[in-house]
Ligand binder design. Structure first.
Ligand code: FPP
Ligand code: MG
Length: 328
């Protein structure tokens, strides 16, 4: 196990039991008699990854003194929705590797992957109807609406170098921060609870999720598949103008701007992200984006510091740091 992975495992220790229950519930929920489907769901379980969002439901519950018997199920629902979005995202991105194993669209094909994503999404909402409160399905249906809007906006703004930084950040927020925010709010509030605490924890999740996505966008440019465990460079291949690229472009001379646009659009170029990095076009963009992620994490850390001292609070502090330091 790498030292970063071991660090994350130690951070999740206060909610080990809840995570075990969450995994059991998730495993049961996606069982299916069809051999074809169970082959795929076993594959997807192999790429379960960090399960940070599910862990945040549990940690935020613990850190705010709001743990119920249903928190593990809420965490499983959040993770199933996350898995569904990743299966669909990999189709959209034409990705090949996720969490060191072949993406569903690669191991099978796009058609089957669309359907598996739908299956996971349906199973998530089926479980939410069995809970004693509607809060989980209410918050998560609104969250998936935002996720889809974020992805549609992102697709519409491909190759759009005239986007503002706020617009780029709004896309990151909708597609990624919204689910982090929902996970933290549900942890702190489910089954109904204190709305004000829920709002505070929502903001905390939003800041962590936004920082996570910005760090992810930097890794997509500078990381390797071996290191990160998933296909990298896909943002540039797909024409997605992420924050580091946008900032670099905004600060570049006309000549460099033209070269950057060429790297994005010229036909038959190999490894466009590497070209951007190697030709030195990204320097300031990467720095500014990483600084933005650090600022968001600092704001999240201030919120965490307002929680009562507990092992779960210490884990949240560590996770905030992990979001910046991770290489996977
Ligand atoms: C990862 O972005 C993508 C997301 C966090 C959200 C994807 C959401 C959808 C495709 C909508 C799916 C909707 C339903 C209802 C299932 P990324 O490509 O920047 O990150 P990556 O490097 O992990 O692929
Ligand atoms: Mg992707």
């Amino acid at each position: 196990m790498s030292s970063t992975r071991a660090w994350l495992t130690s951070l999740l220790a206060p909610v080990d039991d809840g995570l075990t229950r969450m995994r059991e519930i998730l495993g049961r929920q996606i069982e299916e008699p069809s051999a074809a489907v169970s082959d795929m769901t076993s594959h997807v379980e192999r790429f379960r990854g960090k399960q940070l969002r599910g862990a945040l439901v549990l940690l935020c519950g613990e850190a705010t003194g709001n743990t119920t018997d249903e928190h593990a199920a809420v965490a499983a629902i959040v993770e199933m929705i996350h898995l569904a979005t990743l299966v669909h995202d990999d189709i959209l991105d034409g990705a090949e590797v996720r969490r060191r194993v072949a993406c569903v669209n690669q191991r099978w094909d796009n058609q089957t992957a669309v359907l598996l994503g739908d299956f996971l999404y349906a199973r998530a909402f089926a479980l939410s109807t069995e809970l004693s409160s509607r809060l989980c399905s209410r918050i998560l249906s609104e969250t998936t609406r935002r996720l889809c809007v974020g992805e549609i906006e992102q697709a519409n703004r491909r190759y759009d170098f005239d986007m503002t930084q706020d617009e780029a950040e709004a896309i990151c927020g909708a597609k990624t921060a919204s689910l982090y925010a929902a996970a933290c709010e549900l942890g702190a509030r489910y089954p109904g609870g204190n709305e004000e605490v829920g709002r505070q924890m929502y903001d905390l999740g939003w800041q962590l999720g936004l920082a996570f996505q910005i760090a992810d966008d930097c890794l997509d440019l500078t990381g390797t598949t071996e290191e990160v465990g998933k296909s990298v460079g896909t943002d540039v291949e797909d024409g997605k103008i992420t924050l580091p690229v946008l900032v670099a472009y905004q600060r570049a001379s006309d000549d460099v701007r033209a070269r950057m646009r060429d790297i994005f659009t010229a036909p038959d170029l190999e490894d466009r992200a590497r070209l951007l990095v190697e030709q030195g076009h990204l320097g300031a963009g990467l720095e500014v984006a990483r600084l933005r992620a650090r600022t968001l994490v600092a704001q999240a850390s201030e919120r965490i510091a307002n929680l009562p001292e507990s092992p779960a609070r210490r884990s949240l502090e560590g996770i905030a740091e992990f979001v910046l330091e991770r290489s996977f």
